[in-house]
Design a protein around this ligand. Structure first.
Ligand code: NAD
Length: 364
């Protein structure tokens, strides 16, 4: 039976990299029925919402989605579709692998780590008070009453909640992820010495779970020190377990360690739904020119294939990406080449070695 997958092409370079990923997945012969749903800026203009209910309904029906990046205009009141999706579908875990890829010159070789980021709480929960509003004034007064805090009257305020429930499920997810995916250790990043009741709570839940998983080596590190250590010697790290904001920042840092955003794949997972998407955004500076590197999106699609139980096809896609990068003839401008997005997709599809998996007719 065909797998049902909602495909959200997204904005900017989204449609270009989505086409490339779809092409590669189809070349593996995986039986997928794609349900294409538009979301983002153009849909906002047409339908009044960047994430119409039908898109969410479709993902709830198919349970799995492959998504291109979607633009979030800064300070427009247009809440990020990405944040909204994660909240609506309770996609509490972002999983973002970064590994050194053959033929991609970087400062460090032998990087192979995974960021597991809590996706629903922290400063990204969306509890914000604009400076100068009556709500901000009321909150300032309440904070003064409760905590003796003296906030300036021109302060904007964003709230950072981290709950036992939210922390425990992501920590448990990480401890289950390690043995299930052949990983070794967990390093939890925090700033618990300053933010005792949010980061401190995240850390204490991590330590509690670690005590009941003696089989998984566990370490914790302050986020500033972790950032420095990652830049100096990322090879020693394996799984990084992080609250939302640090997870967002360090996933881009880790992408940079292995060659940039054009290569960094990701998944947003909950107990019921899974949305696969690259770490990068809609890259308006290069959109519509065929310049985008589709590898991040193709590797996100490989993660999706694995989630669907198509392990051999997922392995084949990753191996084909490695082969194309190692060969070095076909690569996009971000990697120093001059190939177009669709040329990379064609090269990866061409290099698929499917072993025991039935090949699609046109490749036989
Ligand atoms: P970005 O990731 O879009 O771009 C940062 C830089 O990396 C740009 O120079 C861009 O050209 C380059 N880049 C990104 N992906 C690339 C690729 N595949 N190939 C080659 N170069 C690539 O980040 P940004 O400019 O901060 O964000 C642009 C928009 O995307 C914003 O509206 C942001 O909110 C949104 N965004 C969406 C998501 C998502 O949908 N999950 C994630 C991040 C950012």
């Amino acid at each position: 039976m065909a797998h049902l997958v909602t495909l959200i092409p997204g904005d900017g370079i989204g449609p270009e990299v989505s086409d490339a990923a779809r092409r590669v997945v189809e070349a593996t012969g995986a039986e997928i029925e794609w349900i294409v749903e538009e979301a983002g800026a153009a849909v906002l203009e047409r339908e009044g919402s960047p994430l119409p209910p039908r898109v969410l309904e479709q993902i709830r029906r198919t349970r799995v989605a492959l998504k291109g990046p979607i633009t979030t205009p800064v300070g427009s009141g247009f809440r990020s579709v990405n944040v909204e999706l994660r909240h609506e579908l309770d996609l509490f875990a972002a999983v973002r692998p970064s590994r050194s890829l053959p033929g991609v010159p970087t400062r460090h070789a032998g990087v192979d780590l995974v960021v597991i980021r809590e996706n629903t709480e922290d400063l990204y929960q969306g509890i914000e008070f604009e400076r100068g509003t009556p709500e901000a004034a009321a909150l300032r007064a309440e904070l003064h009453r409760l905590a003796g805090a003296e906030l300036r009257d021109d302060a904007g305020i964003t709230v950072k909640p981290i709950s036992v429930t939210g922390a425990r499920r992501i920590v448990r997810f990480a401890f289950a992820y390690v043995p299930a995916n052949g990983r070794r250790t967990i390093t939890l990043g925090h700033k618990a010495n300053i933010m005792r009741f949010s980061d401190g709570l995240f850390l204490s839940i991590g330590q509690e779970e670690a005590a009941s998983h003696p089989d998984v080596p566990f370490d914790e590190m302050q986020i500033d020190q972790l950032s420095m250590r990652l830049v100096r010697g990322p090879e020693i790290f394996d799984v990084l377990l992080l609250p939302n904001l640090y997870g967002d920042i360090l996933s881009d840092l880790c992408a940079g360690l292995v060659g940039g955003l054009g290569l960094a794949s990701g998944a947003n997972l909950g107990w019921e739904y899974a949305v696969f998407e690259p770490v990068h955004g809609s890259a308006p500076d290069i959109a519509g020119k065929g310049l985008a590197n589709p590898v991040a999106m193709i590797l996100s699609a490989a993660m999706m294939l694995r989630h669907l139980g198509e392990h051999a096809r997922a392995d084949a896609v990753e191996a084909a990406v490695d082969a194309v990068l190692l060969e070095g003839k076909i690569r996009t401008a971000d990697l120093g080449g001059s190939s177009k997005t669709d040329e990379v997709a064609a090269a990866v599809a061409d290099r698929l070695v499917l072993g025991g998996v039935p090949r699609p007719e046109r490749l036989q």
